[in-house]
Design a binder for this molecule. Structure first.
Ligand code: TLP
Length: 354
């Protein structure tokens, strides 16, 4: 559980980015062996990069500040000005990253429809690949997100991804996975993360979401790709010095925090089952595969319900007709039950009253 404000107990379901480092992480941070990582001399960063590469089945890894920076350096490493990236319209890189790939890389994002779970259809991908003629943009990359944030945290299997990645690879086009929550996908599907990243040429994953680190994301790929990503990171001002402070927590996370993600998934399901019984709230618990629960709200706008929840101590993000709840390390089953009571109250005061 979280904190309390004006004697109202706060249950914060806005994001798994809110997680606080574990006591073991705090100890590891204090004791980390450090060096200057721009010289490649921070032993803790080097170890984290090696472990990350191993877990994703790639040759090399790179520590970056955030998931957004991981995505941006990957895009810059694969695509140049006037190139195109095929990506689902609801991908985080399209909706939540400030248009950074277009703004800083001059790269066009070729958004194609994705289904409810964030998956692209083979037809859409095939049709979006540009012929290799002088006047077309070059299709430089296919982009997949797994788990898919706006797709209710769907965990996309190797087979599902392979149906589109195989098309791209057949045309000589590399594939990137935004795996901000790659380990949630791996745990939900019961496969090693390296199975999921095996269909892609590069992959990012976040240390600072469900894995509870204070900062940091990893980019993994071939040694040659990581060399280009490292240059892009430096260009963006992301070359860090004694970054072992960050990496130390990352190593603890990869060692101790992956398997427990299953608890977050169970709690998300528990939350969805409770929410599905409330009038005016629509969610199908069968659609909840990991730790993200989107619901749609009938009657009053969702932000109004979210404000009523907030006044009673339950925090969740909302926009238009939806509210998003994310379970994480700071939330246990009792918190979920208490949140459901509070949301029930808030619903009676807003949605049903309207
Ligand atoms: N997502 C955040 C918000 O930006 C919405 C969240 O609370 O879920 N890829 C995916 C799939 C993400 O969900 C996120 C963060 C990122 C990339 C970016 O990571 P950060 O926040 O570390 O830049």
């Amino acid at each position: 559980m979280q904190s309390s404000k004006n004697n109202v107990r706060i249950i914060d379901l806005r994001s798994d980015t809110l997680t606080q480092p574990t006591p073991e992480m705090r100890r590891a941070i204090a004791e980390a062996e450090l060096g200057d990582d721009v010289y490649g001399e921070d032993p803790t960063v080097n170890r984290l990069e090696e472990v990350s590469a191993r877990l994703t089945g790639k040759e090399a890894g790179l520590l970056v500040v955030s998931g957004s920076m991981g995505n941006l350096v990957s895009a810059l490493a694969w695509a140049g000005r006037g190139d195109e990236i095929i990506v689902g319209a609801d991908a985080h890189v399209i909706t939540n990253e400030m248009g950074s790939v277009a703004a800083l890389g001059g790269v066009e994002m070729r958004a194609v429809p994705n289904d409810r779970r964030g998956m692209l259809s083979p037809e859409a991908v095939r049709n979006a690949i540009r012929p290799k003629a002088g006047y077309f943009p070059r299709t430089a990359l296919l982009w997949i997100e797994n788990t898919h944030n706006r797709g209710n945290g769907a965990a996309l299997s190797v087979d599902e991804m392979w149906r589109v990645t195989d098309i791209a690879h057949g045309e000589g086009i590399p594939v990137h996975i935004d795996g901000a929550r790659l380990f949630n996908a791996a745990v939900a599907l019961g496969v090693p993360a390296s199975d999921l990243s095996s269909v892609a040429d590069s992959v990012t994953f976040c240390l600072s979401k469900g894995l509870a680190c204070p900062v940091g994301s990893m980019v993994c790929g071939s040694r040659e790709f990581i060399g280009r990503a490292r240059r892009a990171r430096k260009m963006l001002g992301g070359g860090m010095r004694q970054a072992g402070i960050i990496a130390a927590a990352g190593l603890v996370a990869l060692d101790t925090m992956i398997d427990r993600l299953a608890e977050d998934h169970d709690n998300a399901k528990r939350l969805a089952v409770g929410l599905s019984r409330m009038p005016g709230i629509a969610v199908d618990p069968a659609h909840i595969e990991t730790n993200i629960v989107y619901v749609t709200v009938g009657g009053k706008p969702a932000p109004e319900l979210a404000a009523a929840m907030r006044a009673r101590g339950v925090l969740a993000n909302s926009m238009g007709n939806w509210i998003r709840f994310v379970t994480h390390y700071g939330i246990n089953a009792e918190d979920v039950d208490e949140a459901l009571d509070v949301i029930g109250d808030a619903t009676r005061a807003t949605v049903s009253a309207g």
